[in-house]
Design a protein around this ligand. Structure first.
Ligand SMILES: NC(=O)c1ccc[n+]([C@@H]2O[C@H](COP(=O)([O-])OP(=O)(O)OC[C@H]3O[C@@H](n4cnc5c(N)ncnc54)[C@H](OP(=O)(O)O)[C@@H]3O)[C@@H](O)[C@H]2O)c1
Length: 286
């Protein structure tokens, strides 16, 4: 029996910028999988209804979830794997017959792979600052805690949200010093003096609003910088590179989370190299 083309979606809000369809569709083609990856740009009010609709469709193989739904999706899932439970955020959902939804987090795989490329495979004796306290930030905190960072400080605009994140991870990793501070340039400049790793996990559209003034001259010269954005180089990333710091953007994370997501949804080994080539080519064309 010939099946309809299977569908895999990216569900998020204002996601027209995403290059995930190009990356994922190239992988499906190479793997000979009859599937199509599509963007589903959904407003907060339509989210529940849209989710019901795609979950019930026999054509849906699964979906990825992005801003701002990585935490909200949890209420709709039947099961979650251990990692996504520990993180408290989901970016990959497998849809099984009867609308059973299983959640996974593959952002942490992308974060781990990226940290490896800047020489961070162990966090022993190391201190990190993370800007932002959303779903991506939580995947970062979990990854750093797992590789044994000594301390992690979260700087976020909304203090109550950061506090919830701090409590969530303190329970799981009582030996790690996990703290929070306000998202101010003063705080950032204070913390970078002693920090080994600075991660920017602030929302895409706002990433160049903070910080506006950046002075890395006081930063420890061993500090490494990871900015999760991959489209336009943020001020943070360009300043870090100008200062000669080792710094990396979010492109490898994007490709690696897609590799792991396709493996979960299809059971096949995705063509990682091809996916990276397509990602770079798509960005160059824009
Ligand atoms: N490269 C990749 O593969 C990859 C994967 C995942 C995410 N990302 C990127 O990571 C970023 C965060 O994603 P997410 O899923 O964690 O989003 P999210 O859950 O919506 O969290 C967004 C974070 O940004 C902060 N923020 C938003 N607007 C702000 C503003 N005007 N000023 C200061 N802070 C602001 C929010 O602070 P409040 O708590 O105060 O609202 C929150 O901490 C995005 O840029 C996304 O593109 C990249």
């Amino acid at each position: 029996v010939r099946r309809n083309k299977r569908k895999i979606f990216l569900i998020g809000k204002n996601i027209g910028y995403s290059i995930s369809p190009q990356i994922q569709n190239a992988a499906f083609k190479k793997l000979g999988i009859n599937a199509k990856y599509e963007l589903l740009d959904v407003g907060e009010k339509q989210f529940d209804k849209m989710l019901q609709k795609i979950s019930k469709s026999p054509d849906t193989l699964g979906f990825n979830v992005t801003i701002p739904y990585k935490e909200r999706i949890i209420d709709h899932l039947s099961e979650m794997d251990q990692k996504s439970q520990a993180i408290g955020a989901v970016n990959t959902v497998k849809v099984q017959r009867g609308g059973i939804l299983t959640g996974f987090n593959t952002d942490c795989d992308g974060i781990k792979a990226t940290l490896n490329t800047i020489g961070i495979s162990s966090g022993s004796g190391k201190h990190a600052i993370i800007l932002g306290a959303g779903g991506a930030s939580k995947a970062c905190i979990f990854t750093l805690a797992e590789i044994g960072f000594e301390s992690i400080c979260i700087l976020n605009r909304t203090a109550s949200k950061a506090q919830r994140v701090v409590e969530h991870f303190r329970r799981q990793f009582p030996k790690i010093e996990i703290s929070r501070g306000n998202l101010t340039e003063e705080n950032l400049h204070k913390y970078i003096k002693t920090c080994d790793l600075l991660i920017n996990a602030i929302g895409h559209s706002t990433r160049n609003y903070f910080p506006t003034k950046l002075d890395f001259s006081t930063a420890s010269d061993k500090m490494k910088v990871f900015d999760l954005g991959y489209k336009d180089q943020s001020l943070l990333l360009s300043r870090a590179l100008e200062m000669g710091l080792e710094a990396v953007d979010g492109l490898q994370m994007l490709v690696e989370q897609a590799v792991k997501s396709i493996a979960i949804l299809t059971g096949k080994t995705p063509p990682r190299k091809l996916m990276m080539t397509v990602a770079r080519k798509t960005l160059r064309k824009e």
